[in-house]
Write a protein that binds this ligand. Sequence first.
Ligand code: ZN
Length: 479
Amino acid sequence: MARDERGVTPQSEDFSAWYNELVFQAELVDRGPVRGTMVIRPYGYRIWELLQADLDRRIKETGHVNAYFPLLIPESYLQREAEHIEGFAPELAVVTHAGGKELEEPLVVRPTSETVIGEMMAKWISSHRDLPLLLNQWANVVRWEMRPRMFLRTTEFLWQEGHTAHADEADAMRETLLALDVYARVCTDIAAIPVITGEKTPGERFPGARRTYTLEAMMRDGRALQAGTSHYMGTNFARAFNIQYAADSGELELCHTTSWGMTTRMIGGVIMTHGDDKGLILPPLLAPYQVVIVPIGRGEQAGQVLPPARELAARLHEAGIRTHVDDRPQLSPGFKFNDWEMRGIPVRLELGPRDLAAGSALMSTRLGEGKTPVPLDSAPARLQSELAEFQSLLLRRATEFRDSHTRTVDSWPEFAEAVQTGWARAFHCGTLPCEDDIKAATSATPRVIPTGGPAEEGRCVRCDLPSAYGKRLIFSRAY
Ligand SMILES: [Zn+2]
C-alpha cells in the first residue's frame, strides 16, 4: 500500500490501527514515560481547552461554583463507603513512602473525589440554608490501567467532577438529570456527537451510586462510547461522611448527594465519531485551527504571496475565526494539504499569485469535493457561514451513521449479528447473570435504558423472561 510519510492506515482497513496511529501522527499525544500515561501535545490540548471552556461556562450558568481539592486522599476515607472501595481498589495508586520514610497511613492518589469532598461537605453544611451545595472541580485523576489506550483509557486523565448536596431525593435527582442535560448539549452543540441519554442498568452503576445516568455515542466502528456520567448517590456518601443538615423541625437529616464527570476521553470520542480514512475531521467549534491558509509558490513568488496571506489571516481572526498560515518554507503545498487533511482542519484556503491577481483564494472543506474560489473581500463572512454549515453537517452525518447502524431486534441470532457492526435495541430481563451471559457470548453490554421513547413490553432477547424495564435497551460493544 502506497502511503504518505505522515499518512495513517485507512480506517476502513483497520479501525484500531487507524486510531492508534492517528493520535500520534496528528500530534495530539505522545507516550508518557510511565506505562499508560499520556502527554497531551499542544494540538490535542487546544481541543480540550475549547471543550473545557464551553463546559465550564455551562456548569457556572447552572449555578455551580469551582473549587479545588487535594490530590492525595487518606486511604481510610475510601474505605468508609464499602461499594466505593470495592469498585476502585484494583485501580488505586497508593503512596506509602514520603519525606524519606514510611507513612503511618497510606495515601491514595485520587481516582475520584467523592470522599474528600464529602468530608468537606460535612464541615460546611449545617442547616437547610446551606443547601443545595453545588461544587465543581477541574482536576486530574489516576486509575491504574492495564490495557491503556490514548484518551480512552489512560492511567492519568483530566476531567471535571461535579459534586452536589441536597436536602431531599427529588432535588438531588433534578440535579443529576440537569448535569446529564448539560453534557448532552456539549456533545451535540459543540462536539457534533449525537448521544442517547438514559439510565445504566444496576450492573453498570458507579460504585456507591443508587442510580447512574449516561450519554452513549456511536463510534464509526459501531462501538459505543460513554461520553459522560451523572450519579445519584442517595444518602450513601452522606452516611459515610456525616453530611447532615438541621431541618426546619430541628431534626438532623442526611443529605442526598450527586456526582458527575466528563473527561479527556471526549477527545477520543471526537476522533472516532468524525474521522475517516484520511485522518481526523474536527468540528469547527473544537478545531485548534478552523481555517489553514497555504501560500502557493516557491522562492520569489512565496515572498510575494506571504504578506497577503497573513493579512487575510488577520482579517479572519478579527471575525473570530481561528486561522493559521502554514508558512513552512521547506515543505511543498502538496505535503501541507495532506498534513492538514490528516489533522482534520475543517477549511483550507490556497493563495497563489494567480488567485491574488484574481482577488480570491481557493477554498476546500475537509469533506467537500473540489475547490471553490472565494473573493478575498467577502472571505470572513463566507468562511463563518462555511464553518457553521460544516459543524451541522458533522452532526447530521454522525446521526445518520448511528441510525443506520442501529437495529431493533427480537431474536438472539439477530441480536448477535447486530452487535457485530453497531447497536441493538432489545428487551432484557434485568438480571445480572443474563447480562454476563450476553457479554460472554458477544462482548456486548447494556449501554443505556433510553430516557423517553415508547413504552413497550416484550421478552428478554437472551433468556425469554419478561422484560424488566418497560422499554428496549441499547446493547453494544463498547470502549
Ligand atoms: Zn435475560
